[in-house]
Design a protein around this ligand. Sequence first.
Ligand SMILES: Nc1nc2c(ncn2[C@@H]2O[C@H](COP(=O)(O)OP(=O)(O)O)[C@@H](O)[C@H]2O)c(=O)[nH]1
Ligand SMILES: [Mg+2]
Length: 188
Amino acid sequence: MAAAAANLAGRPGVRVVVIGDPGTGKSSLVVAVATEQFPENVPKVMPHTRLPADYFPDRVPITIVDTSSSPEQKPKLIAECQAADAVVLTYACDRLSTLDRLSSYWLPELRRIQLKAPVIVVGCKLDLRDDQQNSLEQTMAPIMQSFREIETCIECSALRHRCLRSSTTPRRQCFTPQLLYLIKRRNL
Ligand SMILES: Nc1nc2c(ncn2[C@@H]2O[C@H](COP(=O)(O)OP(=O)(O)O)[C@@H](O)[C@H]2O)c(=O)[nH]1
Ligand SMILES: [Mg+2]
């Protein structure tokens, strides 16, 4: 794991790279996780964002790397993924075509570049999810069967500060345990 090796060489921290279709909520998620605020106007791509040092009990410094999915930026996106300790792959809960793109494009692409880092699938904009839709488990089970590199999946709303399993859990508390779990499991 490239970035983890660099950690041992003295470069501190864990790199989490956020990828996914345009408009799925990547940049808003980055801001929301870092600041606990929903940004009304978010830049197309956020600058690298360091999470507060006290974010985790064991104070592992985490840098979140936002990306652009435009074709010209593809080499950069690949390089970021190859340097990642974990990849967050987003879809939008209100646009099922972005969910389909996980299996038709993103996950095969990550295989093609031989990504070694674990993948966390995050369904954004949970507040816009249609209640008639299948549950997260029903939706994700076949995808997780086919793509074992998916470590875990969640759905959350940067706007409403919610995650799927508990409507009262703040984003921070639902997004970051997945990261913490990975960090511990992978000894990052
Ligand atoms: N309702 C709702 N809208 C969101 C949420 N997250 C992002 N958005 C909106 O979705 C649009 C695209 O978000 P953005 O973060 O720019 O997506 P990106 O292109 O993947 O970086 C923006 O208009 C955001 O305000 C959310 O949790 N709920
Ligand atoms: Mg963006």
